[in-house]
Design a protein around this ligand. Structure first.
Ligand code: SF4
Length: 387
């Protein structure tokens, strides 16, 4: 569990030398049917010291989940492009400065703290530039970088400028980032837009301050989200777009909580898109421990094969969220969010019907078909090469 660079090297060496080492950090063992935890954990002291991921992809294979197949990743540039697409997913950080209870970061923060390590680490701009240059030499068709750090804006303006100007001026590419709302400033966004930033994804998670503070331990206010959204929206003429993610299916939420989330979403300025996720109780996270203790979750088994993007429950509230992915008029939202529609006994039969026969079925079907089609297409490209 955790980071693999050093543990896998030691495991490999121990297998090659035929001296099985039972004390490798991060490796769990099963002895006489019992799971034995490692006595110590490995966390890389500096990301700059790690080798680059190898995108030459010589004799590389991929396990396709859901299809239970192992396929060879194409090596020829054109096939590689069809397989990967033109956008390159890149990480320049590990961890996050936050520790929200539902996120794996809460687990790793604790593990790192207990073993006197640091969880949130940033690669230096020098390392990032060198690494990107190396990857692009192996993936020359890439025309966009999707920086997938949890919060790119945690860096200071100087570092942001250093990285962004390299991507834009030296590599000639555009890019997108993820960010946490309190870190958005006009100075940083303006700088990034000047160097080719095209989109920002924000995790908002909930518009209910009760859920944010008491359940998620996520100390971001609605005012901070709105302020960040307004700054980003002021750059819409420069092509900047924002995506906002919300978590659904939280058993700790009541009818007021999900309506607070929807109200917050509706108050955010255009251009915007909505991403929806189901609350997944990842084993070891603070919220999973709490749900087990509170008897909300009988066991973690139900969570093992859950897909947090697609396994969203069908119900009245979620139908309304799904309809907002296609921007329905505010008056319809207002009606369906009213106390009369949500709480009244008169409208109870309608809510039962919507719970049983979800009106958002078609939207979900289209989303799912698109997702499956993309997956099959990638599989097809890989297989035609290897046939
Ligand atoms: S801010 Fe996002 S990435 Fe960071 S701990 Fe919270 S949910 Fe996880």
């Amino acid at each position: 569990m955790g980071e693999g660079e050093e543990p896998l090297r030691r495991l490999y060496e121990s297998i090659i030398n035929k001296k099985i080492d039972l004390n490798i950090p991060n490796i769990f063992q099963k002895q006489n049917g019992k799971i034995k935890r490692p006595s110590e954990y490995f966390f890389a002291e500096s990301l700059d010291n790690l080798p680059f991921p190898d995108y030459r992809l010589k004799n590389s294979y991929l396990f396709i989940r859901g299809h239970n197949e192992i396929i060879k990743i194409p090596e020829e540039a054109l096939k590689k492009r069809k397989f990967f697409g033109n956008s390159f997913l890149f990480y320049g950080q590990r961890g996050c400065n936050f520790s929200c209870t539902y996120c794996s970061n809460s687990l790793y923060h604790k593990l790192a703290r207990d073993s006197k390590h640091k969880w949130h680490r940033l690669a230096s701009p020098q390392r990032i530039k060198k690494e990107l240059k190396t990857h692009l030499a192996n993936l020359p068709f890439v025309n966009h970088i999707a920086i997938n750090d949890d919060n790119f804006l945690v860096r200071n303006a100087e570092e942001i400028k250093n990285i962004a100007s390299f991507i834009n001026k030296d590599l000639g590419l555009t890019f997108t980032i993820n960010a946490t709302p309190p870190f958005v400033t006009e100075e940083k966004i303006s700088l990034l837009v000047n160097y080719g930033l095209r989109g920002i994804s924000f995790g908002v998670q909930s518009g209910s301050e009760r859920i944010l503070k008491k359940i998620y331990k996520r100390f971001v206010t609605n005012e901070q989200v709105i302020k960040a959204a307004n700054i980003v929206s002021s750059f819409k003429d420069r092509g900047l777009k924002a995506d906002y993610g919300f978590i659904l299916d939280n058993p700790y939420e009541d009818n007021n909580d999900w309506r607070d989330s929807l109200k917050l979403w509706l108050s955010l300025p255009q251009p915007k898109t909505l991403s929806l996720y189901t609350l997944e109780f990842f084993p070891g996270t603070a919220i999973a421990e709490r749900a087990l203790k509170d008897g909300i979750l009988p066991s973690l088994r139900s969570e093992f094969n859950k897909d947090y993007r697609r396994d969203i429950k069908y119900n009245y509230a979620n139908s309304l969220f799904y309809f907002n992915t296609i921007n329905i008029p505010k008056c319809i939202n207002k009606l369906f969010m009213s106390d009369f529609m949500v709480k009244s006994r008169v409208t109870l039969p309608l809510r039962i019907i919507i719970n049983r026969y979800p009106i958002d079925f078609a939207i979900r079907l289209i989303n799912k078909s698109k997702y499956e089609f993309r997956k099959l297409l990638n599989l097809f490209h890989a297989k035609t090469k290897n046939a």
